[in-house]
Design a binder for this molecule. Structure first.
Ligand code: ATP
Length: 790
C-alpha cells in the first residue's frame, strides 16, 4: 500500500477503505483471480507495470506490479463514475531525491489550481470532518489567512525566484513543475495543497513559501528523505521496496486500520522517524523535537522494533516508561493498537514513579505512605508555621528538596553545602543553611508516625536498590567469565538466583520531566551497551521536572544518536505560529549539556487562526465556551470527546462541568484526572493545563486566560526580590501554555474575563470577539474569526 493511496482512502471514508482492504486480501490470496478484473494500463520504466482494477462496483485502484508480478502495490484509489479516467491520467514517477514512488494528478491540479484566478468564490476543498489534508475546519474558510485577491494573473509566479534545478534538487516531484510555474496567488497555492501531493513536495513548497532559504530547506527537510542507496529513477522494483514508498511495512497493521479513520494515521512514519525507530545505536539514543513531531510515535515503533528482534521467550525485557500515570495508560493503549497483545506480552509499560514504588516494595522496605503533591505542600506549610520562617515558601522548598537535595543525594549538611544548584534561583550560604534546617524538620515529620514519604524519596531509594543490584550482577558476570562461563549459583548465597539487569532495553517518553533519581534508577536497570536506553523528549515542554544533564547520570549519547524531529503532524500552522511566539527568546536545554531550539520546526497542516474571546465576567465566559462547544458538536459534528477545556484548578473544573450540564446546553463533561479518561467516553474533557500534557484533541479551549491567571499572580511576589526565580516561574508558565496550546489539532480558542494575559498579543483586549455578543441571539456566527492570532 502506498502512502498516497492510503490518503486517497482516508479522504473517501470507511466504505472505500473496506472495499480496498477486501480487494488487497483477495489479490494476495490469488494474483490471477479474474474476478478482480485487473487490466493492463501501461509499462512504468523497465521493470514495472501499471494495472487498473475494481475494488468493488464503486471504487477502482491503480496498481504497480514489479518483480514479474510477485509484488503488487496499490498506488491510488478513486471512486465514482470517473474513477477509471482519473486513475488513467495520473502521473506516476520515482522521486529522484527520495527514491519514493509518487503520484500526481496533473489534470486535476491544472483544472482546479491554474484556473483559479478567474474565480472569486473558490475555497479550499474539504474532506470529511477533521479528515481533510490540509486540514480546514468547518466555518473556517473566511478565517483562513489567505486573502490574496483573485485578480492577479499579472503577478509574478510565487516560486519564480527558485529555478527548476533548485526545486528538483530539494525534492519537488518533477511532473508538478509546469503547474507550479503558474501558481501566482496564495489562493492558488492553498488549492494546490488541498490535493494529495507527495509529502516531501508539500513540505518543501510550504517552507519555501514561508521564505525559508533553500539551504535550510535542504538541511531540515530534503536531507531527511535521502535513502541510504543511490536512486535510479528507472528501477521500479527497487523503488517499490524502499520504505518511503510504503505506508507501513506491516500490511496487516495498515489494513486493520483502514476505515477506522482517525486512529489510522498514527501509524505512518516519516523516513527520519523510521530511521530512528529501527536504528542500531552503539549505546543510548535521544530524540528531541517540538510538540506533535511524532516523538511518541517513534518511541512506540522503537518498542515494537526492539521486541521483534528478541529471541522467543516469556519474559518482559523491554520497558516503556514516562512521567505520569495517565500517559503510561495512553502509551499502553497506543502500543496495543500498534502490535496487539502479542507485543504487550514482552513489554512493561509503567510510569517512573509506579516503577520506583514496585522496586522498593519488592525489597520489602517500609518507606511509609507516599504523599501526593498537595499533601507534600501542606507538610511544608506546617514546617513553616512551626518554625516561623515565613520568608520561604512551600513550593520553593519542595522543588529545592526534590531537585537539589534528593536529586543530588545530599544526606548531610556538608553534602548540601557543596552541591551544585545550576539552574536554581540563587541563594546565599546562610540561606542554604536555613533551608537545610527546614529540610531536617520536614524529614522529621515524615519519620514520625504515621510514617509518610514522597515520590522523590521513593525514586531515590529505588535508584540505590537498582544500583546495588547492578553492581552485584556485574560482579557475578565477571566471576562467571573468570570461571569459564559456568553458572555458580551458590555464590549468591541466600538468593539462589543468577542476577541479570532488570531490562535489556528501556524506552522513555516525556524524558524532559524525569528527575535525576529517575535517571539513576533507569540507568541501573539496563546494562550499558548497544540500544540500552532510547529516550524522547522536549525541554520546551518541561513543566514538572528540573534540568537534568543526562551524561552526568551515566547516559552517554554521541553524534548521530542524538536527533531532532522538526515536522509537526498534529497542529495547524496557524496554531503553531501562536504557540511558538510564547517561547521565542527563552533558552532551552537539549536534555544534555547543549541547548535546543525549534529551528526548522514546522507544520504542513493549515486551518483557523486561533480565536480570542473576551468576557466581562467568568460566568459569561463559561457560557460562551459552552455555546461554542455546542455549536461545534451540533453543526460541525465534532464529538464531545474530541474537545477539551482547560481551567485553572480542580474546583473550576467542577464549576465548568456544572455550567455545561445545565440548561440550555446539556453537554456531558468529564474531568481529566490523574488516570486520564476512558477514550470512548463521549464527553468534553475538562482539566488543568498540566493534565493536557502528551494528549491531543481536535478542538481546545483555553479558558481563564486573563492577566493574573496566566501566569498566576503569585509569581509577582518574586519580581523585585528574586528576579531569577521570577524568570524561571514565568518560563515554566510559558512552557505550560505552549504544551496546552499545541494539543489542538484543528482549532484553538482562548478566552478570558477581565484583562488579557500578557502572553497574548498587546491588542488582544481590543481585537478579541465579545463573549457577551455571542450569547445574544443576534450575535456574530461563532465560527468566524477576525481577531489576531495569539
Ligand atoms: N509520520 C507521521 N505521519 C502522520 N502523522 C503522524 C506521523 N508521526 C506522528 N503523527 C501524528 O502526529 C501526532 C503527534 O504525534 P506524537 O504524539 O507522537 O508527537 P509528540 O512529538 O510525542 O508530541 P508531544 O511532544 O506534543 O507529546 C499524533 O496524532 C501522531 O499520530
Amino acid at each position: 500500500m502506498g502512502l498516497q493511496a492510503h490518503e486517497d482512502i482516508r479522504r473517501r471514508g470507511g466504505a472505500v477503505g473496506d472495499a480496498v482492504a477486501t480487494f488487497v486480501h483477495r489479490l494476495r490470496a490469488d494474483r490471477s483471480n479474474r474476478a478482480l478484473r485487473r487490466t493492463f494500463l501501461r509499462a512504468a520504466g523497465d521493470n514495472g507495470d501499471l494495472y487498473l482494477a475494481y475494488a468493488d462496483t464503486q471504487s477502482m485502484v491503480l496498481l504497480l506490479s514489479t518483480d514479474g508480478g510477485d509484488e503488487m502495490r496499490v498506488l491510488a484509489v478513486r471512486d465514482g463514475a470517473l474513477a477509471r479516467d482519473e486513475l488513467t491520467r495520473l502521473t506516476v514517477e520515482i522521486n529522484p531525491v527520495s527514491g519514493a514512488i509518487e503520484v500526481v494528478d496533473q489534470s486535476e491540479v491544472s483544472a482546479n489550481v491554474v484556473a483559479l484566478p478567474d474565480r472569486t468564490d473558490t475555497t479550499p476543498e474539504e474532506g470529511p470532518q477533521g479528515e481533510a489534508v490540509p486540514r480546514v475546519s468547518p466555518g473556517t474558510q473566511a478565517a483562513a489567512d489567505t486573502t490574496a485577491p483573485a485578480t492577479s494573473s499579472l503577478r509574478t509566479p510565487i516560486f519564480a525566484h527558485h529555478d527548476d534545478e533548485v526545486l528538483l534538487g530539494l525534492g519537488v516531484v518533477p511532473s508538478l513543475l509546469p503547474t507550479l510555474r503558474k501558481v501566482r496567488t496564495d489562493e492558488q497555492f492553498e488549492a494546490l495543497l488541498t490535493h494529495n501531493l507527495p509529502e516531501l513536495t508539500r513540505d518543501v513548497l510550504l517552507a519555501l513559501r514561508d521564505h525559508v532559504e533553500p539551504r535550510d530547506v535542504r538541511r531540515h527537510i530534503t536531507d531527511k528523505w535521502r535513502p541510504e542507496d543511490d536512486v535510479n529513477p528507472g528501477d521500479w522494483s527497487r523503488a517499490a521496496r524502499r520504505a518511503v514508498s510504503q505506508a507501513e511495512t506491516d500490511d496487516d497493521a495498515v489494513l486493520g486500520a483502514l476505515g477506522k479513520g482517525f486512529d489510522a494515521w498514527r501509524l505512518f512514519l516519516h523516513p527520519e522517524q523510521k530511521r530512528l525507530a529501527a536504528g542500531d545505536f552503539k549505546g543510548s539514543a535521544k530524540v528531541t523535537g517540538g510538540p506533535g513531531t511524532g516523538k511518541t510515535v517513534v518511541a512506540l515503533h522503537r518498542v515494537r522494533h526492539l521486541v521483534d528482534r528478541l529471541p522467543a521467550g516469556h519474559s518482559r525485557p523491554v520497558l516503556l516508561t514516562t512521567y505520569n500515570a495517565n500517559l503510561a495508560l495512553d502509551l499502553l493503549e497506543r502500543l496495543r493498537q500498534l502490535g496487539g497483545a502479542e507485543l504487550l506480552r514482552r513489554v512493561d509499560v509503567k510510569s517512573v514513579d509506579v516503577l520506583a514504588r514496585e522496586i522498593v516494595e519488592e525489597a520489602r522496605e517500609a518507606l511509609g505512605r507516599p504523599m501526593d503533591d498537595d499533601a507534600a505542600m501542606d507538610l511544608w506549610h506546617t514546617v513553616l508555621t512551626e518554625t516561623g520562617r515565613f520568608e520561604y515558601d512551600a513550593e520553593f522548598l519542595d522543588t529545592e528538596f526534590k531537585h537539589v537535595i534528593v536529586a543530588g543525594r545530599c544526606g548531610s549538611w556538608e553534602a548540601y553545602r557543596r552541591v551544585g544548584r545550576a539552574g536554581r534561583p540563587r541563594i546565599s550560604m546562610a540561606q542554604r543553611h536555613e533551608i537545610w534546617q527546614l529540610v531536617l524538620a520536614y524529614k522529621a515529620h515524615l519519620e514520625s508516625p504515621p510514617r509518610q514519604t514522597t515520590y522523590a524519596l521513593i525514586a531515590d531509594r529505588a535508584a540505590a536498590l537498582e544500583q546495588h543490584r547492578m553492581t552485584r550482577a556485574e560482579k557475578q558476570a565477571r566471576y562467571k567469565e573468570e570461571q569459564g562461563g559456568r553458572d555458580l549459583v551458590h555464590r549468591e548465597a541466600g538468593s539462589g538466583m543468577w542476577l541479570r539487569p532488570r531490562y535489556q532495553h528501556i524506552v522513555v517518553d516525556e524524558a524532559q520531566d524525569l528527575s535525576a533519581s529517575h535517571w539513576r534508577m533507569l540507568r541501573a536497570m539496563v546494562a550499558k551497551g548497544p540500544n540500552d536506553i532510547f529516550l524522547v523528549g522536549d525541554a520546551h515542554q518541561r513543566i514538572y521536572g528540573h534540568r537534568v544533564v543526562l551524561s552526568h547520570q551515566g547516559i552517554e549519547i554521541r553524534g548521530r544518536a542524538s536527533r531532532r524531529l522538526t515536522l509537526n503532524y498534529r497542529t495547524t500552522r496557524q496554531i503553531l505560529g501562536s504557540a511558538n511566539r510564547l517561547i521565542t527568546g527563552a533558552a532551552f536545554d537539549d536534555l544534555d549539556t547543549g541547548t535546543d531550539t525549534l529551528d526548522g520546526y514546522r507544520s504542513v497542516l493549515t486551518g483557523l487562526v486561533p480565536q480570542l474571546w473576551r468576557a466581562p465576567d467568568r460566568m459569561t465566559e463559561m457560557r460562551a465556551v459552552a455555546t461554542l462547544i455546542q455549536e461545534r458538536h451540533d453543526t460541525y459534528g465534532t464529538p464531545y470527546s474530541a474537545m477539551a477545556v482547560s481551567v485553572p484548578d480542580g474546583s473550576s473544573a467542577q464549576q465548568f462541568a456544572g455550567v455545561l450540564a445545565r440548561e440550555p446546553y446539556h453537554i456531558p463533561a468529564v474531568e481529566l484526572g490523574p488516570k486520564g479518561v476512558r477514550a470512548d467516553l463521549e464527553a468534553v474533557r475538562i482539566g488543568t493545563m498540566h493534565r493536557f500534557k502528551g494528549l491531543e484533541f481536535q478542538r481546545v479551549f483555553l479558558t481563564s486566560f486573563g492577566e493574573g491567571q496566566v501566569p498566576h499572580q503569585r509569581i509577582e511576589q518574586y519580581r523585585g526580590t528574586y528576579p531569577d526565580r521570577y524568570r524561571q516561574e514565568e518560563q515554566r508558565a510559558r512552557s505550560l501554555v505552549f504544551v496546552a496550546a499545541t494539543r489542538a489539532r484543528d482549532e484553538l480558542v482562548i478566552t478570558w474575563s477581565g484583562k488579557a494575559s500578557r502572553f497574548l498579543p498587546k491588542d488582544a483586549d481590543e481585537t478579541a470577539h465579545r463573549a457577551a455578543d455571542l450569547l445574544r441571539k443576534d450575535g456574530p456566527p461563532s465560527g468566524s474569526s477576525g481577531s489576531a492570532a495569539a
